[in-house]
Each structure stands twice: as structure tokens, then as C-alpha cells.
Write a protein that binds this ligand. Structure first.
Ligand SMILES: [Fe+2]
Ligand SMILES: [Fe+2]
Length: 279
């Protein structure tokens, strides 16, 4: 399977065209059709798709990594262009989400969940297919479903909360799932925000695929928002794995990206708007 992955939405711009925004989206072209993983926050996906020459109408299926607004906010815009489309996600993608942040010595609460009601998105053409388990969506293309939390050092972001049955609790992010492409050169893993823990996700993929060779790991890793210990422990384990390319984006953060570059050298690249990986 020939694959070309283009970063459509990301915090930074890399090829002198397009707009950056806090969010993530990857456009995946294959011999069998085109797919969209996440939709960014909504401000840049349509304009970036036009300027990068990626036809949103050609998308066969849409995948959502989790319910945060910066990954789901562009879904309505994509549907307005595309019309009817299968949208794969975990059932918790529709939960209300809140971030409690300390800003200028004040505590602020922000709504960071999906901005649209399911029925509105369905009225625009979304056909939701909800999964909780590791699923082969099409031949060679998998969604991880819920990821078992096994490492001791990967902890959920303590600033993030979700609401279920009227109760607000720390967000467990059961909906956090990643996309797996089984290629001739090895596995290509695309992360959304890796709220389940990057190493937990990799272990889950190895376990389910029965393979350990990763051609590339792309997307948001959330490494910079957590403790320095978690970052260093993640890097230590990552270095022991068979990973040929690591192209992080979005919630990885600059500090963690620099550390990954230090450790992985030429195998590292930053995935910004317009970055392309060809397999
Ligand atoms: Fe994110
Ligand atoms: Fe997120």
C-alpha cells in the first residue's frame, strides 16, 4: 500500500503556505482511497486543504482521536464540503470537557469539548460509527480503541476534567484512540493527543498487531504538559523500540520536541502544516 500523509492542521506552519491553529489533522492518501484523521479546531481545515491541494470531497472515512475541540472543531466544516461521511470515534467523544487552568494567578475554567451536538453533525451528513475496541476499519488500517493503562509513569493531565451523568471527574480519556497503518516498511502510528500515554499506546499496538517495527510515529504526544520524569521515561523506552521516524506535532510542545530531536537526530522531524510523510 502506497501512502502519503500530509499534516493539514497544526499549531505551526512549515511550507510558507497555510494557517496554523491550536489543533491537529492529518490527510491520508492511499491506493485504496483517502482518509482524514482529526479535523483541527475549525479555522484552518478548509483553507489549508485548498492551499495544500487536498480534496476534502475525496475522503472515504473520517476518524476522530478524541473529543477535544482542537481535534473535532473542524468536523462541521469538513461535512459542509464533503456531505455524507462515516465518522469513526469512541462513544465518549461527545462528553463535555473542561480544562482548569492557572492564568495570571487566577484559576479559569474553559470548555474544551466537542462544540457540536451529535444531531447537528448528523444533519450535515455524519454517520457515526462508534468503537471501543481495536478495530480493523479497512484492510491494513486500524483504530486502537481504548488503550490499557499499564505504565506507572504515564499519568492523565490533572488539569483536564470530563462530565458524565452530571458528575465532573478527572478525565480518563477512554476515547483517546490512534490510527494504525500496516505498511510494507512497518507500522505507521498517528496519534491525536496521546492522552492514554504514548508508551501505553505503542505497547497496545505491538500487542494487537503482533509486530514491533514502526516505520513512523506521528502526531500529538502531550509530552510537554506532563512531568519531566514522564518525558524522560518515555524517551528512554522509545529509544529501545524499533522506530525509524518520529514526526511529532501539536501538544508535544517545543521543549519535548527539542529533547526528541536531541535523542533521535535525523530520525526526528517536526510535523507542521504542510509536512508530508511518504511511505
Ligand atoms: Fe490536542
Ligand atoms: Fe486533547
Amino acid at each position: 500500500m502506497k501512502i502519503r500523509i500530509t499534516i493539514l492542521c497544526e499549531n505551526l506552519v512549515g511550507r510558507l503556505v497555510g494557517s496554523g491553529e491550536h489543533g491537529f489533522s492529518a490527510f491520508i492518501e492511499t491506493d485504496r482511497g483517502n482518509y482524514l484523521f482529526d479535523t483541527g479546531g475549525g479555522r484552518s481545515i478548509v483553507s489549508n486543504s485548498l492551499i495544500l491541494n487536498k480534496d476534502l470531497k475525496s475522503i472515504k472515512q473520517i476518524f476522530l482521536s478524541h473529543g477535544h475541540y482542537d481535534h473535532t472543531g473542524g468536523l462541521s466544516e469538513v461535512l459542509k464540503v464533503k456531505g455524507k461521511a462515516d465518522v469513526h470515534a469512541h462513544p465518549h467523544v461527545f462528553l463535555d470537557r473542561i480544562a482548569v487552568l492557572k492564568e495570571e494567578d487566577r484559576e479559569t475554567k474553559r470548555f474544551i469539548g466537542i462544540h457540536y451536538k451529535r444531531r447537528y453533525l448528523e444533519s450535515l451528513g455524519a454517520h457515526f460509527i462508534l468503537n471501543t475496541d481495536f478495530t480493523e476499519v479497512e484492510k491494513g488500517l486500524f483504530l486502537t480503541g481504548e488503550v490499557p493503562r499499564q505504565t506507572t509513569f504515564e499519568k492523565p493531565d490533572p488539569r483536564l476534567f470530563s462530565e458524565m451523568d452530571g458528575k465532573t471527574t478527572h478525565d480518563l480519556f477512554l476515547d483517546d484512540q490512534s490510527l494504525v497503518l500496516d505498511t510494507d516498511k512497518g507500522i505507521v502510528l498517528i496519534l491525536g493527543c496521546a492522552h492514554a500515554g504514548m508508551i501505553n499506546i505503542i505497547h497496545h499496538v505491538i500487542n494487537k498487531m503482533g509486530k514491533e517495527n514502526f516505520h513512523a510515529i506521528l502526531g500529538g504526544t502531550h509530552l510537554d504538559f506532563l512531568t519531566p520524569e514522564q518525558l524522560e521515561e518515555s524517551i528512554k523506552l522509545l529509544k529501545k523500540m524499533e522506530v525509524q521516524k518520529i514526526g511529532v506535532s501539536h501538544c508535544t510542545g517545543m521543549r519535548a520536541a527539542f529533547r526528541l530531536h536531541q535523542e533521535f537526530g535525523d530520525r526526528f522531524f517536526y510535523g507542521c502544516v504542510g509536512s508530508v510523510l511518504e511511505v
